[in-house]
Design a protein. Structure first.
Length: 482
């Protein structure tokens, strides 16, 4: 096994230091763990996977993360290594965008001093349980932008317009923001054309980085342009990230961060995925004529007064899942090497790692925990998303083996389905064949949700109010003949 794959966290955390992962030989794990053999009844194994996923979701609460990242003392708002004297900022404006917007706003308002005068907007895919006074709410669309998405984009620009050095703009960002807030450039693009663009991008097989390269350049609120519109205000962005570390500008397409991509990159993405025939003519005309404006870069002075803090991300998700897997006596390892990979390639590599981990620890149940967003091109008119597609790609590979695979979105949404994802075990293929279900047929029609729904193996959570990343749990159990 190549050492690039397995990374260990959890019980070795105190030796590694916070936020660190290390490469680890799985054979060494066998000498660090309990000497006895742990057996799990087959009927309990899928339940264990569901239980680990459920507990992980509970452990990453956006409101608590906000409260931990901010402190107010003697009129000073402290965020990481910066302090803001609130007496210098009588004008506080708040923009909350994303699937975790409501819980993030709850956390912020719990920290700010009582009586603080502030106003803002909230754009999320669901209505809040209890709206806060002074805020305008938008029930925007995800994964496809809707009319409220465009209204939220216009409202965001209005919110930061006429800011002064005495204005403090607090931006609460979480996953889904690219669809939930939009103000297209050129302005002549209609809602239908924005939806046409979005559909072309998310179904062409491009990675999230490539998709957001295009999104940033056709938007007045993405790719750092919101920070540009808010200048000369001080801007604090608190983010819950569903993108890889180092690619934070991809979160909600980076409204307050400099954009490292260029107009040339946009043209490359369009050519690479043969998108010209699928894009709105008005957009193509803007690109071809050279009228497409470049996004602000890191050297732009507007970012000198902008602070960006990641308050929940991959490490927190990994740590929680690892901790709960260990609590169930699994030897657990974490992997983040398959982000943006096609689902079939990721399935092959992750299952290969799982088998090597099991071979090195024959007498113990083992767990491989992976995160990130895989790519799954839409081939038919079925129902499902990348999570259920990944599990479907594993069904034949794990047939007859003591393995469980679960993949689900921490936001509770998987593509165009009502599920968060799905799970399968070594008996799934036999059950499917008994019901005359062909896994490959469902995969080719992008109908993974219906496959697992028929078998009762979908993961249903409803919208969770969070969105870190997709989480994959691959569990392997020792043979009872060992």
């Amino acid at each position: 096994m190549g050492k690039k794959a397995l990374k260990l966290t959890g019980f070795l955390g105190p030796f590694l230091g916070p936020g660190r992962h290390t490469l680890f030989d799985p054979r060494l794990l066998a000498r660090l763990c309990l000497p006895h053999v742990l057996y799990f009844q087959p009927m309990d194994r899928k339940h264990l996977a569901r239980q680990i996923f459920s507990r992980t979701l509970e452990a990453v609460d956006p409101a608590i993360a906000i409260e931990r990242s901010l402190a107010v003392s003697a009129h000073h708002l402290c965020c990481s290594d910066r302090s803001y004297d609130l007496r210098d900022f009588p004008d506080i404006r708040v923009l909350a965008v994303g699937k975790a917007a409501h819980r993030m706003l709850d956390g912020l308002l719990a920290v700010l001093p009582r009586g603080a005068t502030l106003r803002g907007i909230v754009s999320a895919p669901v209505v809040p349980p209890a709206p806060h006074a002074g805020f305008q709410y938008f029930s925007s669309g995800h994964p496809e932008p809707n009319e409220h998405s465009l209204l939220a984009g216009q409202a965001a620009l209005e919110l930061v317009r006429d800011s002064t050095p005495q204005t403090l703009v607090i931006v609460l960002l979480s996953g889904g923001g690219s669809a939930l807030m939009e103000s297209p450039m050129p302005g002549s693009l209609s809602l239908e054309e924005v939806q046409q663009l979005n559909h072309a991008l998310v179904t062409c097989g491009a990675g999230i980085q490539e998709i957001n390269t295009v999104r940033k350049h056709i938007s007045a609120v993405k790719g750092g342009r919101l920070a540009l519109a808010a200048h000369p205000a001080a801007v604090i962005t608190l983010a819950i990230s569903d993108v890889p570390v180092g690619r934070e500008s991809a979160l909600a397409s980076g409204p307050t961060l400099p954009d490292p991509t260029s107009c040339g990159d946009v043209r490359d993405v369009i050519a690479r995925y043969n998108l010209r025939e699928r894009l709105p003519r008005a957009l193509l005309s803007s690109i071809d004529s050279g009228a497409l404006e470049e996004t602000p870069k890191a050297s732009d002075p507007v970012f000198a007064s902008a602070q960006f803090e990641l308050i929940l991300g991959m490490h927190e998700l990994f740590h929680a899942a690892h901790r709960f897997a260990e609590a169930e006596h699994f030897i657990a390892c974490c992997d983040n090497s398959t982000d943006d990979w096609p689902v079939q390639k990721a399935a092959n590599v992750l299952l290969g790692q799982l088998e090597e981990l099991q071979a090195a620890n024959l007498n113990h149940a083992v767990a491989l925990i992976a995160d990130g967003e895989l790519s799954s091109a839409v081939r038919g008119d079925g129902m499902g998303g990348r999570n259920s597609a990944f599990v479907l790609a594993c069904v034949e590979k794990i047939a007859g083996k003591p393995i469980v695979v679960l993949s689900a979105g921490t936001d509770g949404i998987d593509g165009n389905s009502p599920a968060a994802g799905a799970l399968a075990d070594g008996q799934t293929l036999a059950r499917a064949r008994k019901a005359s279900l062909d896994p490959d047929d469902f995969f080719q029609r992008s109908d993974s949700f219906r496959f697992f729904d028929y078998l009762g193996d979908t993961v249903m959570t409803g919208p969770t109010g969070n969105n870190l990343r997709d989480l994959r749990l691959l569990l392997s159990f020792p043979s009872e003949t060992t």
